[in-house]
Design a protein around this ligand. Sequence first.
Ligand code: ACO
Ligand code: LMR
Length: 269
Amino acid sequence: GIIRKPANFISTISDDRGEELLYAGLPISEVVQRDVGVGGVVSLLWFKRRLPEYASRFIDIVLVITADHGPAVAGAHNTIVAARAGKDLVSSLASGLLTIGPRFGGALDGAAAAFSTAIDEGFTPAEFIEDMRRQRKLIPGIGHKVKSVHNPDKRVELVKAFAKEHFRETPVLDFALQVEALTVKKKANLILNVDGCIAACFVDLLRSCGAFTREEADNSIAQGCLNGLFVLGRSIGLMGHFLDQKRLKQGLYRHPTDDISYVLPDVDV
Ligand code: ACO
Ligand code: LMR
């Protein structure tokens, strides 16, 4: 009989061998005809399933609101500096993306894990805050450089409102909001930030939308898909900043020395 060479590679999300490209088994013509949108494609290629329409719309909204937050933030700044150093689109994009992490735009996975573990372990919001303080850890998803209770983040309001209107239940979001109610008493900028709000809502969405078992939802979250949402959304804005700098023919950036504190050690020679 035929002896099959064992495969060195396994893939379960897409197939380009037939007449038509398949995304998670769905022919690309169906993907277009059924108008599943970018949110729907994310769910096919990331989770290998179709989500209810409101869930795909939620992903679309997340991509829209994370697309950009101006030129001053860490990611855009890096992309702009790289573009002005003559680098190409991919390099400038990568330079911006590499700033995404626990402080900037990459606190989603940490926030999802922290809030849901606290709930699973039966912590009250106050006990959770105290536990994080004892461990000398900042609460991921809490705090913002410029947004505060006095200058609320419209993006957070939009995400919250959508979740409250469309999701079956929002226990993780509710817990995160109770945490925020306590942290803002300490400092007005310790709000539930855009990372924290998207993360909490996404856990609630995957767990309650009916397309996943609880274990499947939690495994997908643990694999890091939430930071992926910010990376995907923000890539749109980072490429926008690259194109903007090229259009404006901006030259090499050098930071003004009068904006740097030069504090050198006194080394004996
Ligand atoms: N949890 C608990 N306490 C906090 C937190 C937090 N997440 N963030 C700040 N604090 C406290 C600090 O310990 C400090 O307390 P102290 O005055 O008693 O020393 C005080 O608030 C001010 O801290 P700073 O570091 O000066 O706060 P800053 O405003 O510079 O930081 C930042 C903002 C970086 C967002 C910070 O809040 C943080 O690291 N948060 C967690 C990570 C996170 O969620 N990042 C995503 C932000 S949204 C985005 O990037 C799209
Ligand atoms: C962002 O979306 O980039 C921000 O919330 C971070 C910031 O400091 O504005």
